[in-house]
Design a protein around this ligand. Structure first.
Ligand SMILES: O=P(O)(O)OC[C@H]1O[C@@H](O)[C@H](O)[C@@H](O)[C@@H]1O
Length: 281
C-alpha cells in the first residue's frame, strides 16, 4: 500500500517543524528560517545537514536549504550576511495541506538593522506526486509609494558521496564572479565544474536545469524558474576548519548549488510582486 500524503506540525526539542510526506518522498521544514532541513526521495537523502548544526534557533542552520533574503551574502545594504530571513521564526501562512502535501510560510513583519522596507515574503514547500521537492518563493513590495530592491538565494546543500568525483553540469558558457579572486569575472568553459580546492562562485545567466553528478551517477537535478543566478560553493579543507558548526571533514560530503538573484538585485515598484521556483529531484 502506498504511504498516504501527510502534512503535520510537530515539535522537536522545542522547535516547530512541519513534516511532509507522500508515497515517494518526505521533507522537514523548520519554521525557524523557513528552513528545509531534510528531503528524502525514494529512500535517498538529498540534502546535507551538518552534525554540528544549531537546531535550537540560536544561529542559522548549517545545511538543508537556508533562505537568504532580502540579501544574498553582502550584496545589499545589510551588514548581516545573507539577510535576516534565516534567523527568524516564520509564521504558518494558512492550514497545512495534507493532500498535496505542502506548507506555506510567511516571513513575519519586524524591525531589522539596515532595513526599513515592508517587503512581504512567502515560501511554499511542497512534494509533487513523483516526490519532487518544490520551493515556491513569492515577494511582495508592500510599500505604498517606494520601490524596493532585494537579492536572494535558496542556499541548498546537496549530499554527494564524494566531492572529489562531483561535477556540476549545465553551466558551460555562462560567466561567474569568483568570490575568492576579489570578484573577478570569469567565463566558464569546461563542461563541468570540479572541486579540487575551495569554490565560491556566483554564476549568472544560468539555464533552467543544473545537474549534480558524482562519477557516472546523477546525484540531484535542479530546475529553476525566474532564478537567473546560481552560487556554487564548497569550503574545502581550510575554510571548513574555521567553521564551528561543520565537522572538519564534512566538506567531502556536500556541495552547495544555490538558485539566486544576486548579481543584479530585483527591483520591485510599490505594490509589485515577484515569484521564483526551485524544483529538486
Ligand atoms: O557561513 P554562511 O554565512 O552560511 O555562508 C556560507 C557561504 O555561503 C555561500 O553562499 C557564499 O558564497 C560563501 O561565501 C559563504 O561562505
Amino acid at each position: 500500500m502506498p504511504r498516504p500524503s501527510m502534512a503535520e506540525l510537530i515539535h522537536v526539542d522545542g522547535m516547530q517543524v512541519v513534516r511532509l510526506s507522500n508515497a515517494e518522498a518526505s521533507a522537514e521544514v523548520y519554521l525557524y528560517g523557513a528552513h528545509v532541513t531534510s528531503y528524502v526521495r525514494r529512500g535517498v537523502p538529498k540534502l546535507f545537514l551538518s552534525d554540528l548544526a544549531a537546531l535550537d534557533g540560536s544561529a542559522p542552520i548549517r545545511g538543508g536549504i537556508p533562505v537568504c533574503f532580502p540579501q544574498f551574502g553582502k550584496r545589499g545594504p545589510m551588514a548581516v550576511q545573507h539577510g535576516f530571513a534565516r534567523r527568524v521564526v516564520w509564521e504558518l501562512g494558512g492550514a497545512l495541506d495534507a493532500a498535496t502535501p505542502s506548507v506555506v510560510l510567511r516571513l513575519p513583519p519586524g524591525e531589522h538593522a539596515d532595513w526599513d522596507y515592508r517587503l512581504g515574503c512567502l515560501l511554499k514547500v511542497a512534494l509533487e506526486v513523483d516526490g519532487t521537492l518544490v520551493c515556491h518563493m513569492t515577494v511582495h513590495n508592500e510599500e505604498s509609494e517606494r520601490a524596493c530592491s532585494f537579492s536572494t538565494a535558496l542556499h541548498a546543500y546537496f549530499c554527494t558521496p564524494d566531492i572529489e568525483k562531483t561535477r556540476i553540469s549545465g553551466l558551460q558558457g555562462t560567466t561567474y564572479i569568483d568570490q575568492l579572486a576579489g570578484g573577478a569575472v570569469v567565463e566558464e568553459y569546461p563542461d563541468k565544474v570540479e572541486f579540487l580546492s575551495e569554490v565560491d562562485r556566483i554564476y549568472s545567466g544560468v539555464p533552467s536545469k543544473i545537474m549534480i553528478e558524482c562519477g557516472d551517477n546523477l546525484v540531484s537535478e535542479l530546475e529553476l524558474e525566474t532564478f537567473c543566478d546560481a552560487i556554487v560553493w564548497n569550503p574545502h579543507v581550510e575554510k571548513s576548519r574555521g567553521m564551528a558548526d561543520l565537522p572538519d571533514d564534512a566538506w567531502k560530503g556536500f556541495v552547495c548549488v544555490e538558485p539566486a538573484v544576486a548579481v543584479q538585485p530585483v527591483v520591485l515598484g510599490a505594490g509589485e510582486h515577484w515569484a521564483a521556483i526551485l524544483r529538486i529531484r
